[in-house]
Design a protein around this ligand. Structure first.
Ligand SMILES: *Cc1c(COP(=O)(O)O)cnc(C)c1O
Length: 369
């Protein structure tokens, strides 16, 4: 089977580097809150040109801690997309606030600023755009809206490390941003990890306190916090991967261009589109087709793995029944949840592998005619 993604090949590419780093951590004996975490934070903050980066246990915690540190809670609303991984909305609910969904732009799969505008109320505290599948959201419009209404913009950049919008990297485009280092993400470790970036020093300080049980000083607790740490081993692995992330994102981009070129004559699919002012990093390469089920079955029979991101919009999830959304509320997002199909794409895939996918797709076109 040609996998949709294969994090093990990233590990293999850096195997000796990673072994040395891990051995160093193990022998040094500082397993939590050590030099690797500090270094990772400063390398990422420097790269993005932000004042602070705070490493945490995972991307979901990054979102929860950021919302909590901004005092967003019961009675507050956060406008976000119904077309994302569940954690985006879950984090809003976890702090006691209410996610208010707005429909997406079907060409980029990201929040439509015009739809966001309609959803802003007196209770809105923040807009939470997701840079879905690796393409930055319409940050200029969203930032403008936020400024008009004096609310925050928190980027969910979990799928988009290295993506660029109007010359600036995601993670530096809003008031704060959240990253995940889950194994399938572009920048990832062989386990869980996450990070918040911001130039708001007050926010950063509060997140650092909250993530260590609400303490400024060890064993003195000023508020009820969390336990959310990135381990030294994972920070060390991430430092190895960071050295290669631009090359890996470039490789993803090259595979995407190749798909685009080789599949351009197929009439039953639409390839993903990137707006001119941004760089897509292809966390996922998703085509759109009305014949998704048949196509999936055909590709499976040709030993090509595919994936559906996401089969159910967030507003229609059972967990959100209490918000009383209905099918039809966000037609663009709902239609994409029925049509998008992710093809294998990862830095270390081979041309032979991609050719198998391309040939299988062409074969499907012939079968249709
Ligand atoms: C992966 C992901 C998260 C959550 O990250 P974890 O590290 O798995 O907690 C949040 N939002 C989006 C868009 C994601 O893709």
């Amino acid at each position: 089977m040609i996998p949709i993604t294969d994090p093990k090949r990233q590990f293999t590419a850096l195997e000796s580097d990673i072994f040395i780093k891990i051995m160093h951590v193990l022998k040094k004996g500082t397993y939590i809150s050590g030099e690797n975490v500090t270094q990772l934070e400063s390398v990422i903050a420097d790269r993005l040109g932000v004042k602070e980066a705070i490493a945490v246990a995972n991307g979901t915690d990054a979102l929860v801690l950021t919302l909590h540190a901004y005092n967003i809670g019961p009675g507050d609303e956060v406008v976000t997309t119904p077309f994302s991984f569940f954690a985006t909305a879950e984090a809003i609910s976890r702090v006691g606030a209410t996610p208010i969904f707005a429909d997406i732009d079907p060409t980029t799969f990201n929040l439509d600023p015009a739809k966001v505008r309609e959803k802003i109320s007196k209770r809105t505290k923040a807009i939470l755009p997701v840079h879905l599948f690796g393409q930055p959201a319409d940050m200029q419009e969203l930032n403008k809206l936020a400024k008009e209404h004096n609310i925050l913009v928190i980027e969910d950049a979990c799928q988009a490390f290295g993506a660029v919008y109007q010359g600036k990297e995601v993670g530096s485009l809003g008031d704060a941003a959240c990253f995940s280092f889950f194994p399938t993400k572009n920048l990832s470790t062989m386990g869980d990890g996450g990070l918040v970036t911001t130039s708001d020093k007050t926010l950063a300080k509060r997140i650092r306190e909250l993530k260590t049980h609400g303490s400024k000083q060890k064993y003195f607790h000023s508020e009820i916090g969390y336990n959310s740490r990135l381990d030294e081993i994972h920070a060390a692995i991430l430092l190895c991967c960071l050295k290669n992330i631009d090359e890996w994102n470039q490789m993803r981009g090259n595979w995407a261009v190749r798909y685009q070129q080789k599949l351009k004559d197929l009439t039953f699919i639409e390839s993903p589109k990137t707006k001119a002012d941004r760089k897509h990093v292809y966390h996922l390469y998703t085509i759109s087709t009305e014949r998704r089920q048949e196509l999936m079955e055909h590709l499976t029979s040709r030993k090509v793995q595919t994936g559906i991101y996401y089969p159910q919009c967030i507003h229609l999830q059972e967990a959100y029944q209490h918000l009383s959304y209905r099918k039809g509320d966000f037609p663009k997002a709902e239609q994409l949840s029925e049509r998008l199909l992710a093809l294998p794409l990862f830095p270390h895939m081979t041309e032979a592998e991609q050719d198998v996918v391309i040939e299988a797709l062409k074969e499907f076109q012939v079968m249709l005619s």
